[in-house]
Design a protein around this ligand. Structure first.
Ligand SMILES: Nc1ncnc2c1ncn2[C@@H]1O[C@H](COP(=O)(O)OP(=O)(O)OP(=O)(O)O)[C@@H](O)[C@H]1O
Length: 294
């Protein structure tokens, strides 16, 4: 992932967890009381620029509801940029521009009258480096959105939300007896699952993950991968990873990105993960998944 200004990342993280009040009023379905079912994301002809530098050229990709889609490809081919276009984070970067559409269950998140916060609420994001609020308690990290908006919420609702979110993130059993301890006191892998819980607390319909395990040891990586498995039927997941084995383990569908000779990035091949890894149609995909470049 190419770093963007920390302030922008933080603003986005906070924006993603802000509008909780409406979310809590939504009707109950799978994924906890108040959650809506996972949504399909459809990117259509998405192009992206940083100033005069075009980094994506007309990328089209359907990311089915309730499935895990992995984005793979060599460094600099635009995977993270593409991910950021999916919840309107790209536009936080100065001089960034975009063309194309991103449909969330058929509605363009960039459409006239669509609010940035709507997209962020429904499409959460987990970053490469775990970024809990380190001095804040585990409990308060999960309900950070409520605190930020100043919404007065009954204690019981908050307690339920914390338990539900930590359970879905696979962390509840490990932290249920120490919810008042600071988030920063957890291990790296636990911190990443805390960030997943924080993202889940606003009950998103899609969860974007940008190399969520790259800062973690193998055991923590396994645990986060299990969490992704457990979440998959409740929330649509789109994950950027450099780890081919991880892409094969966690995803049902896969897209291979490439930017050739200074050209903007695009998708060379996509489809069921088994097919992309087992019988790639394009030679460049075959070379990449076999580790011959990148
Ligand atoms: N904030 C930014 N400002 C200017 N250019 C950027 C910015 N972020 C990314 N880029 C450029 O956009 C291109 C795509 O970068 P991006 O981070 O999306 O690729 P990536 O495939 O995710 O790479 P990696 O696998 O290394 O994370 C690169 O040329 C990069 O230098």
């Amino acid at each position: 992932m190419t770093d963007i200004a920390p302030a922008a990342t933080e603003t986005a993280a906070l924006a993603a967890i802000e509008p909780l009040e409406d979310t809590l009023k939504q009707p109950a379905v799978a994924g906890g009381p108040g959650a809506l079912p996972p949504a399909a994301l459809d990117a259509r002809d998405v192009s992206a620029w940083f100033g005069g530098h075009q980094v994506l050229d007309r990328v089209t990709l359907a990311m089915p509801a309730g499935r895990v889609t992995a984005l793979i490809g060599p460094s600099g081919c635009g995977k993270s940029t593409f991910l950021r276009t999916l919840n309107r984070m790209h536009e936080l970067i100065p001089a960034a521009a975009l063309a194309g559409e991103v449909l969330l269950d058929g509605e363009d998140i960039y459409g006239a009258g669509r609010r940035l916060t709507d997209a962020r609420r429904q499409i959460g994001m987990v970053f490469q480096k775990p970024n809990p609020f380190p001095a804040m308690s585990i409990y308060d990290n999960v309900v950070a959105g409520l605190r930020l908006t100043g919404v007065r919420t009954p204690r019981r609702t908050k307690d339920d939300l914390v338990e539900e979110s930590l359970t879905r993130a696979g962390l509840w059993k490990e932290v249920s007896s120490r919810l008042r301890q600071p988030g920063g006191a957890l291990s790296g892998g636990q911190q990443q699952r805390l960030c997943i819980a924080r993202a889940l607390a606003v009950r998103p319909r899609v969860l974007l993950m940008d190399e969520p395990c790259s800062a973690l040891d193998p055991t923590s990586t396994r645990r986060v991968e299990e969490t992704i498995h457990e979440l998959a039927s409740e929330v649509t997941v789109v994950i950027v990873t450099h780890n081919m084995q991880q892409a094969a383990r966690v995803s049902q569908q896969c897209a291979f990105f490439l930017a050739e000779q200074g050209a903007p990035g695009g998708i060379v091949e996509h489809g069921p993960t088994e097919a992309v890894f087992g019988s790639p149609q394009d030679e460049r995909t075959a070379d990449y998944v076999a580790g011959r470049f990148g």
